[in-house]
Design a protein around this ligand. Sequence first.
Ligand code: ZN
Length: 287
Amino acid sequence: MTAKINLASKDKPVITDGAMATMLFSLGFPTDQITDQANPNFPELVRKVHGEYVQAGARALFTNTFNTFSGPACQDLEKVRLERLSLGINHALDPPRENACVFLALGPWAPTGDKAFLNALLAASQRVSGIIFETCSSLHSLDWIQKLRDQWIYQPIAWGVSFSFLLENGKPVLPDGTTPHQVASMSRSKELDFLGCNCGRNISLETTAQIVVEYKGEFSKTIMARPNAGSPSENKEVPWIPLANNEFARGAKKIVEAGANWIGGCCGTTPAHIRALAEDLQNKPGT
Ligand SMILES: [Zn+2]
């Protein structure tokens, strides 16, 4: 069971969780494994991270299944993927969430041609409130996901795509130069319930707010933003420059003011960042 989904409350943003990988690695999960392997190998860590985000104020959780379509080849690959995916959903729903909804989070997807696998994936999705494809970097994702949606034979659930931009000449674009405005315009013609942006090298919270403004001009449904809390550095000793909790909260609040309905964090975001954000948003005058 998962809480009733609230996709687009105009007045009160939905706070999502933050980074799963950042937290797993900080808790001792081996950095040479893909994070989905924590589902069978370190289940208590995955459940702990979900629990900490709920306690911090997150009301939407994303399953630890980002790497479903990647990872090393092995025997019975699809069977292994399905097992990790199913466990990922179990962990997000354990204990049952009365105050948070759960979304199946998947990395960029390209057609695999394996119908049995896709059917199993779609059947598994019935246990959650929706599906999100995260960190997509090409508009092709929209076509592929629309095709997947066309095969949907189950009860309707929410679908969304979240894009990862990079900076070119100070402006956020996809690697092929597509602007957030164009992304939103294309998304409008698909049957998406929400459109997001997450992660992105050198994409600051300020730039994320700009992306949301561009989205808003073209896409009238729910907009989700999950920016990074910090940025990577060239220094191998200190590979990540973190953002202070209050700075993250301040920047994220501006993203909400720019029009985001769902707000959370990607790489580097911890429960402490989400807690600071939840407190800041609750202190907003008039709420
Ligand atoms: Zn990220």
